[in-house]
Design a protein around this ligand. Structure first.
Ligand code: 5AD
Ligand code: SF4
Length: 447
């Protein structure tokens, strides 16, 4: 028998990757708090460390092993902690992690982390366990209520993906698309309001594929959900991410013009401006059909700001095809964007395609793309100068009396004045930098 380990008193959850993972990380922290384990103060050792991993790009698995090594060899903290590996790397490579890293006590996938407390009990008895089951949506029924007060909150409404883009691991790690039931979402939204939420961001890998039945039994889509949530008076702002261009219904487009609380910002990944590359990626849309969606949304909401995701160096991407991506960027003029070098993910079709692009070419293309995206982001911020808008304060700024919040267009805005976290403040935008804007406070719009 292995020795009994002392039950951990403190934890730290380290989340990598997307907002969905950040959400999962928060929920795991709450599960641990329910067991009486408290978050380790910054800079202090934790008895239990949860590595909440992301598998979408780069050498995620290798990074986990080096993180584990650093934790056990006293490099990250003085005392080696009990270790749990969660998230998408856990899902994809759980068995391997258990074999290669004896210091890991628990491996838990993104659909099974509600079982973490039981796994912890076993770990305390010296029993290691792996749980990478994918029970349909069960975890949401079991998770405890959230306690921390915060003006902005994520609400996972949909998980998984059926699209199978040829570069992407998500359909394998997060499983098939599932929508959480409307009534559950309403309950959770009300709980979020109780802990101070004024802005809710609806999360899903393919959030605009969400569908459900409203309380009268009518089938509704994401736009219906948005309209229902907008009826809650405490909710002042609604956002959603991430969408796929092919699931953009007329109703969703219209909601951008009709629901005032839906913020004028849309993150809609395109990945490439070349139709040949889009086809090889199995995106099932063209550059033109993507642009048409943006145009429709802009018609509904003329002040909308766009954001996107791009991949450079997909196998076979020629210089001319890459330039089609640059041309698309020039046409859209994104307010924000995320761009990545293609990273072969084991088990995905693109990983074994011919003509993988050399790293040097990818580096050079990424740099050229990012120059343009940065140019456009800065220009968008500068074009906002002179506008007056509402800013929702999220936290204190760097200096005394300074506040930091978000504009309707998701820009970071800082300003000084007599206000507090959670206030919606009317602000004149007076200066626009590459990553943030300076504002001058007029008044508190709502307390
Ligand atoms: N390589 C590079 N980027 C990727 N993404 C997803 N898979 C890969 C990959 N294998 C990017 C896409 C997606 C975002 C979340 O991550 O741009 O929209
Ligand atoms: Fe991945 Fe494509 Fe699904 Fe997005 S739509 S999660 S990129 S497979």
């Amino acid at each position: 028998m292995k020795p009994v380990t002392t039950p951990p008193k403190t934890y730290r959850v380290k989340s990598f990757g997307c907002q969905m993972n950040v959400y999962d990380g928060e929920r795991m922290a709450e599960l641990l708090a329910e067991k009486g384990i408290t978050e380790a103060p910054e800079g202090e050792d934790a008895d239990l460390v949860v590595l909440n991993t992301c598998h979408i790009r780069e050498k995620a698995a290798e990074k986990i092993y080096s993180d584990i090594g650093r934790l056990t060899k006293g490099k990250t903290q003085k005392k080696a902690p009990m270790i749990a590996v969660a998230g998408c790397v856990a899902q994809a490579e759980g068995e391997e992690i258990m074999k290669r890293a004896p210091a890991v006590s628990m491996v838990v996938g993104p659909q099974a982390y509600h079982r973490l407390p039981d796994m912890l009990d076993r770990a305390v008895e010296g029993k290691r366990s792996t749980d990478t089951d994918m029970p349909a949506i069960a975890k949401f029924d079991i998770l405890p209520q959230r306690k921390k007060r915060f003006p902005t909150a994520f609400l996972t409404v949909q998980e998984g993906c059926d699209k199978f883009c040829t570069y992407c691991v998500v359909p394998y790690t997060r499983g098939a698309e599932i929508s959480r039931p409307f009534a559950d979402l309403l309950t959770e939204a009300n709980r979020l309001i109780e802990r101070g939420a004024k802005e809710i961001t609806l999360l899903g890998q393919n959030v605009n594929a969400w569908s459900g039945e409203d309380l009268k039994g009518h089938t509704i889509g994401l736009d219906g959900l948005i309209r229902e949530l907008a009826k809650l008076p405490e909710i002042k702002r609604i956002r959603y991410t991430t969408s796929h261009p092919n699931d953009f219904t007329k109703g969703l487009v219209a909601s951008h013009g009709e629901v005032e609380k839906l913020m004028p910002y849309l993150h809609l990944p395109v990945q490439s401006g070349s139709d040949r590359v889009l086809k090889a990626m199995n995106r099932n849309h063209t550059a033109e059909s993507y642009l048409r969606v943006l145009e429709d949304v802009r018609k509904a909401r003329p002040d909308i700001a766009f954001s996107g995701d791009f991949i450079v160096g997909f196998p076979g991407e020629t210089e001319a095809e890459f330039e089609e991506t640059l041309a698309l960027v020039d046409e859209v003029r994104y307010a924000q964007a995320y761009s990545f070098k293609y990273s072969p993910r084991p088990g995905t079709p693109a990983a074994t395609m011919d003509d993988q692009i050399p790293k040097k070419v990818m580096d050079e293309r990424l740099q050229r793309l990012q120059e343009r995206l940065n140019r456009d982001q800065h220009a968008f911020n500068q074009a906002s100068v002179g506008k007056t808008c509402e800013v929702l304060i999220e936290r204190k700024g760097k200096f005394d009396g300074q506040w930091l919040g978000k504009s309707p267009w998701l820009q970071s805005v800082w300003f000084e004045g007599d206000a507090d976290i959670g206030d919606l403040v009317t602000v004149d935008l007076v200066d626009g930098g590459p990553n943030s804007l300076r504002g001058q406070m007029r008044e508190i719009a709502t307390a």
